[in-house]
Write a protein that binds this ligand. Structure first.
Ligand code: SAT
Ligand code: MN
Length: 602
C-alpha cells in the first residue's frame, strides 16, 4: 500500500502523500487511484458505472454524454441532524450548529472508517475552489470510495491534474475524507447506491478538515460544495477578512451598456437558481450569470469587494425547472455532459421531472425505478432530485466567470418568501442596517419541506445550516467588514420579497423575468436616479419609480406589493426579538438596528 501511494503518486507533496497513506491504512481500500480529471477518465468511470448497472446512459440525442442515477430512497438530501461543527470549544460552533469535541468525533469516525473501503478503490480527487490562477487559490483533496462523487466533482470543481500541479510540494489544502460506509467482502456484489444508516458530516474548522461518512448524496458527499466552500470557507473568511456566502452572482447590463454585479442570498425554495439565470422582460437589459449558489467576496486593491464563484457547475433542484421558469438552465443541461439524480426516466431514455413541461408524459419510470403514469399518486421525480451540469455550458455565462480577481460587487440582495409584511424591495440605510436585514432574513415554509406550511423561519443570510462557526461571531464579522471598509466602496444592501400575497391569498407580483424590473430599480438607486420613500424598514420605491411599462398589473396590487405597513411590522418585532434571544449574543451594532426599528415604528 505504501509503495502504491508513494511511488506511483503524481505528486511530491509530502503532506498530501503522508495523509493519503494514513487514510488508506485506516480505511483499507483494495486500490488507490489518483484522479486526473481528464475526459478519458470520465469516460472510463462512466462506462464502468453503466456496465455495472449503477448508472444509466441517457439517450445520446437528447442528452449526450449524460448519466442517470437513483439513490437509495433514504439518502436523498443533506442530513442536518448529523452535520457537526467540531470546533475546539462548544462556543466556537455557536447556538445554531451541532457540536462535538474534535478528538471525540475523530475517535467515533475512525472506528467507522476502519476498513470501510474494503473491496473498493479509494479515489484521490485534487481540486481547487475558484480559478486555479487566483492569487491565493484554495485547494482541497477529497479521498472518496464513490465514483459518483468523482464524476460529480469533475463537474462541480476545477478537479484533477491541473489543481494537483498547482498545489506544488507544499501548498495548504483542505483534507476531505468521504466514504459511503459500505465495504464489500470478498465476492460480495455491490448495490446500486451504497450508503449507511449511520451518517456523519463533520467539519473541523480550526484544522480545515472535513470527514464525511455514510451518505453518497449532494452536500453530504461532494465536499467542495457546502462543506468546504461555505462551512470551512466561512471560518477561513472570518480569519482572513473576507466573506464566504450562500449567494448567486449575476451581472446586469443596462441599455446604456453599463455593467452592475449583484450577489443575492435566499433561503431554499425562493427561486435563487432562476434569478441567477434570469431573462429580463424589460427591453435593453441583459443578465449574465456567474454562479447560482456560492459567492466568495474579497477586497480588491481599490477597496471594493470582488466576488468569485468557487464552483464550476450547477447542482440544481430539477422539479420546477423548465423552459417557462428557467430556459437558460434547460439549455445548459441540454448540452449534455451532465448527471441526473432521482429524477424520472422516459421510455426514450431521457429525463423528466415535475413542471419540466406543461404536460405530463404518458409513462415514465419514477425515481424509485417503478412504472409511473399521470394517474399515479406519487411524484415521478423526488422533490430534491438534481441536475449536475457544467457551468461552462450556460449560454449566458459571464465572460468574467474565470477571472481570478472576480467581479466588483455593486449590490447585495437578501430575500425571503413572505406572504405579508416584507415589501417587494427595500434599500437599507447603510451597511449595518443591511446586515440587520440579513441577520433577520426569514422565509415561510413551503409544501416542499416536511412540517407545517407557512411558518416563518429565520435564516440569517440564508446561511443557517452553513455557518462554520458561531453565528453571533459571523454577524460580528459582517459588522467588522463594514467598519474596515470605506462606506462608499461597499456594495449597497437591499431586501426583496417576490412572494407577498393579497388578502385573497394570490401573489401580488408576477416574479420570474419581471423581477428584472426590481433589479432595474436597484441599479437606478445606485445611480441616484430612482425615487424612494424612507420607511423604518428601508427605502421603498416611490410611486411611479418602479418601471412597470408593458406590464399588465393592477396599480392597486403593485401598491400592495411594495407598501410598508407599520402595523404589520409591529407584529414582526416580537418575532425578531425571539430570534435574537435564540442567538443569545447578537452584536451590539445589530441590536442597535432593532432598537432603531422599534423607535421608528413607535
Ligand atoms: O445537497 S446540497 O447541499 O449540495 C444542495 C442543497 O441542499 O442546498
Ligand atoms: Mn444552496
Amino acid at each position: 500500500m505504501t509503495a502504491t501511494v508513494g511511488q506511483n503518486a503524481p505528486t511530491t507533496h509530502a503532506d498530501l502523500l503522508a495523509w493519503v497513506e494514513e487514510v488508506a491504512a485506516l480505511t483499507k481500500p483494495d486500490a488507490i487511484r489518483w484522479c486526473d480529471g481528464s475526459d478519458a477518465e470520465w469516460k472510463e468511470f462512466t462506462d464502468h458505472l453503466v456496465d455495472r448497472g449503477i448508472a444509466t446512459r441517457l439517450n445520446e440525442e437528447a442528452k449526450p454524454n449524460s448519466f442517470y442515477f437513483r439513490s437509495d430512497p433514504s439518502d436523498v438530501a443533506r442530513v442536518e441532524d448529523q452535520t457537526f461543527i467540531c470546533s475546539e470549544t462548544e462556543a466556537g460552533a455557536g447556538p445554531t450548529n451541532n457540536w462535538a469535541a474534535p478528538a471525540e468525533m475523530k475517535q467515533t469516525m475512525s472506528e467507522l472508517y476502519d476498513g470501510c473501503m474494503k473491496g473498493r478503490t479509494m479515489f484521490v480527487v485534487p481540486f481547487c475552489m475558484g480559478p486555479i490562477d487566483a492569487d491565493d487559490p484554495k485547494f482541497g483533496v477529497e479521498l472518496t470510495d464513490s465514483e459518483y462523487v468523482v464524476i460529480s466533482m469533475k463537474i462541480m470543481t476545477r478537479m484533477g491534474a491541473d489543481a494537483l500541479k498547482a498545489m506544488g510540494d507544499d501548498k495548504p489544502f483542505v483534507k476531505c475524507i468521504h466514504s459511503v460506509g459500505y465495504p464489500l467482502a470478498d465476492g460480495q456484489d455491490d448495490v446500486a447506491w451504497p450508503c449507511n444508516d449511520t451518517k456523519y458530516i463533520s467539519h473541523f474548522p480550526e484544522t480545515r478538515e472535513i470527514w464525511s461518512y455514510g451518505s453518497g448524496y449532494g452536500g453530504n458527499a461532494l465536499l467542495g460544495k457546502k462543506c468546504y466552500a461555505l462551512r470551512i470557507a466561512s471560518a477561513m473568511a472570518h480569519d482572513e477578512g473576507w466573506l464566504a456566502e450562500h449567494m448567486l452572482i449575476l451581472e446586469l447590463t443596462s441599455p446604456e451598456g453599463k455593467k452592475y454585479v449583484v450577489c443575492a442570498a435566499f433561503p431554499s425554495a425562493c427561486g435563487k437558481t432562476n434569478l441567477a439565470m434570469l431573462e429580463p422582460t424589460i427591453p435593453g437589459w441583459t443578465v449574465k450569470t456567474l454562479g447560482d449558489d456560492i459567492a466568495w467576496m474579497r477586497f480588491g486593491e481599490d477597496g471594493r469587494l470582488y466576488a468569485v464563484n468557487p464552483e464550476n457547475g450547477f447542482f440544481g433542484v430539477a422539479p420546477g425547472t423548465g423552459y417557462h421558469t428557467n430556459p437558460n438552465a434547460m439549455r445548459t443541461i441540454e448540452a449534455g455532459n451532465s448527471i441526473f439524480t432521482n429524477v424520472a426516466l422516459t421510455p426514450y431514455g431521457d429525463v423528466w421531472w415535475e413542471e419540466m413541461t406543461d404536460f405530463e408524459p404518458d409513462s415514465l419510470t419514477d425515481w424509485h425505478g417503478k412504472p409511473w403514469t399521470p394517474e399515479a399518486e406519487v411524484k415521478a421525480a423526488h422533490p430534491n432530485s438534481r441536475f449536475t451540469t457544467p457551468i461552462s455550458q450556460c449560454p449566458i455565462l459571464s465572460d468574467d466567470f474565470n477571472n481570478p480577481k472576480g467581479v466588483p460587487v455593486d449590490a447585495i440582495l437578501f430575500g425571503g418568501r413572505r406572504a405579508s409584511t416584507v415589501p417587494l424591495v427595500a434599500q437599507s440605510r447603510d451597511w449595518n442596517h443591511g446586515t440587520f436585514m440579513g441577520a433577520t432574513c426569514s422565509s415561510e415554509t413551503t409544501a416542499a419541506a416536511t412540517g407545517a406550511v407557512g411558518v416563518v423561519r429565520r435564516d440569517p443570510m440564508a446561511m443557517l445550516p452553513f455557518i462554520g462557526y458561531n453565528a453571533n461571531d459571523y454577524l460580528q464579522h459582517w459588522v467588522n467588514i463594514g467598519e474596515n471598509a470605506e462606506a462608499d466602496k461597499l456594495p449597497k444592501i437591499f431586501f426583496v420579497n417576490w412572494f407577498r400575497k393579497s388578502q385573497e391569498g394570490k401573489f401580488l407580483w408576477p416574479g420570474f423575468g419581471e423581477n428584472s424590473r426590481v433589479l432595474e430599480w436597484i441599479v437606478r438607486r445606485l445611480e441616484g436616479d430612482a425615487e424612494a420613500i424612507d420607511t423604518p424598514a428601508g427605502a421603498i420605491p416611490a410611486e411611479g419609480s418602479l418601471n412597470v411599462e408593458g406590464l399588465s398589473l393592477d396599480p392597486a396590487k403593485l401598491a400592495e406589493a411594495t407598501k410598508f405597513d407599520a402595523e404589520e411590522w409591529k407584529k414582526e418585532l416580537p418575532l425578531i426579538e425571539e430570534w435574537f434571544e435564540k442567538l443569545g449574543n447578537v452584536p451590539d451594532a445589530i441590536k442597535a438596528e432593532l432598537d432603531k426599528l422599534k423607535q421608528n415604528l413607535a
